[in-house]
Design a protein around this ligand. Structure first.
Ligand SMILES: *Cc1c(COP(=O)(O)O)cnc(C)c1O
Length: 400
């Protein structure tokens, strides 16, 4: 029986690039897909469901509280809004108009990226610090913890930090940038898994809020993510995301997430209402997160190495290309293969080869981040058994 994409006339892709939104995220474990299907067959109170998700996320991440968002980017918007408004319903109603509120977010200049649009969408201005001199080859200091502290003023709502193994200043060690200020920190750790320890480490390093993508290594729904951290901030984020078309007396929120009596009143639908999360996503995310956290790391490593070995053996001996086995590709510990094309391998440049791979049949997506240096990157994190020989065959055809 043809699959749903064949019936729709849409090609499926062999994903050697890794989980990315453009390529529809990762492939969900069947248990997660089944949980989402089951979730779709009942109605629930969404606040109650998020209250339960809160407990599960808190237990797995070590954070005080957690919330399921419609992706990590939505988590950045909701987390920023929470830092600006706190639990004040009047401020929540006024966003994105931040007049009279703390509305600056301090960020190391070298951490700027397109996802920080989601931070700015809350109505704040980014205040950049440091100089990304490492990337121009002219220096090495980038940003130091004191520069973050120096930029903080009475207008500062939060500090934004984008986690990456090479990010400066480092999260741990001397200076501990997230521990040097009283202002809340928001850490974008969307794509920092694996290793699994990151789920707990960023909070342990002092982050007040952290976002993770649900549709990358966690293999949950593509349109789900996690926002976790300080309970009052998570409550403020939740109030700006949940549908609040209900009068205060009738509202019976989960006590794990909200102290109803400490709220001055209920805001109207907030700035995050357009980042709606479905019950299927909440259930899918917590199911995927539990599976991921309890996953057998050694078995995962064995499966990944077997795929990467098979791919490497299949590609070895390609004409006009250097083929290397990589122990670390998409993330540390995720193996892959790197092809470096000769000046004109079979008359093709790397961008040309990558175009043919993506547009051909089967369609194969690869990492194109270093294509201008002649490099074609392949990672196994989203590969399925049976993919390596298909990739090797196609590559040989195109480079013959
Ligand atoms: C993928 C990614 C995001 C966005 O995550 P979604 O779950 O797709 O919203 C944000 N920041 C970084 C650094 C990412 O890699």
């Amino acid at each position: 029986m043809p699959n749903i994409y064949e019936r729709l006339g849409v090609r499926t892709i062999i994903n050697a690039k890794g989980p990315s939104t453009r390529l529809s995220g990762a492939i969900m474990p069947p248990e997660v897909a089944a949980a989402m299907g089951e979730a779709s067959q009942h109605c629930v109170d969404m606040a109650e469901l998020q209250g339960r998700a809160n407990e599960i996320i808190a237990e797995i991440t070590g954070a005080e509280a957690g919330y399921v968002t419609s992706g990590a980017a939505a988590g950045l918007l909701l987390g920023t809004a929470a830092c600006v408004t706190g639990l004040d319903p009047g401020k929540m109603n006024r966003l994105p108009d931040t007049r009279g509120m703390k509305a600056e977010v301090v960020v190391p200049r070298s951490h700027r990226n397109f996802y920080d649009h989601a931070v700015r969408a809350a109505g704040v201005t980014l205040v950049e610090v440091g100089i990304a001199d490492r990337f121009s080859g002219a220096g090495m200091r980038d940003t130091e913890p004191w520069e973050i502290v120096d930029a903080i003023s009475e207008r500062t709502a939060a500090v934004l930090y984008v986690a990456h193994p090479n990010a400066m200043p480092p999260l741990t060690g001397r200076g501990r940038p997230l521990k040097t200020t009283r202002e809340p920190s928001i850490v974008d750790a969307a794509a920092q898994l694996p290793p699994r320890e990151i789920l707990r480490r960023v909070i342990a390093d002092g982050a007040d809020l952290v976002v993770f993508s649900g549709g990358k290594a966690i293999r949950g729904p593509q349109s789900a993510g996690i926002l976790c951290g300080r309970r009052s901030l998570i409550a403020a984020a939740a109030l700006q995301n949940l549908d609040l078309d209900i009068v205060y007396e009738m509202w019976n929120p989960p006590a794990s997430l909200f102290d109803k009596d400490s709220l001055a009143g209920l805001p109207q639908h907030g700035i995050g209402r357009s980042c709606k999360v479905g019950k299927e996503e909440v259930v899918g995310l917590v199911t995927a997160l539990r599976l991921y956290a309890a996953g057998d790391v050694e078995e995962e490593c064995r499966n990944w190495s077997a795929l990467a070995r098979e791919l490497y053996e299949g590609l070895r001996g390609l004409a006009n290309a250097r083929v290397e086995y990589l122990a670390d590709s998409y993330r540390p510990g995720v193996p892959g293969v790197r092809l470096t094309l000769g000046e004109k391998a079979a008359g093709k440049t790397a961008p040309e080869l990558i175009r043919e791979l993506q547009d051909g049949d089967p369609a194969i997506a690869v990492d194109q981040s270093r294509m201008r240096e002649g490099v074609v990157g392949l990672t196994v994190i989203c590969m399925e058994p049976g993919d390596p020989p298909v990739i090797a065959r196609r590559m040989k055809e195109l480079l013959a």
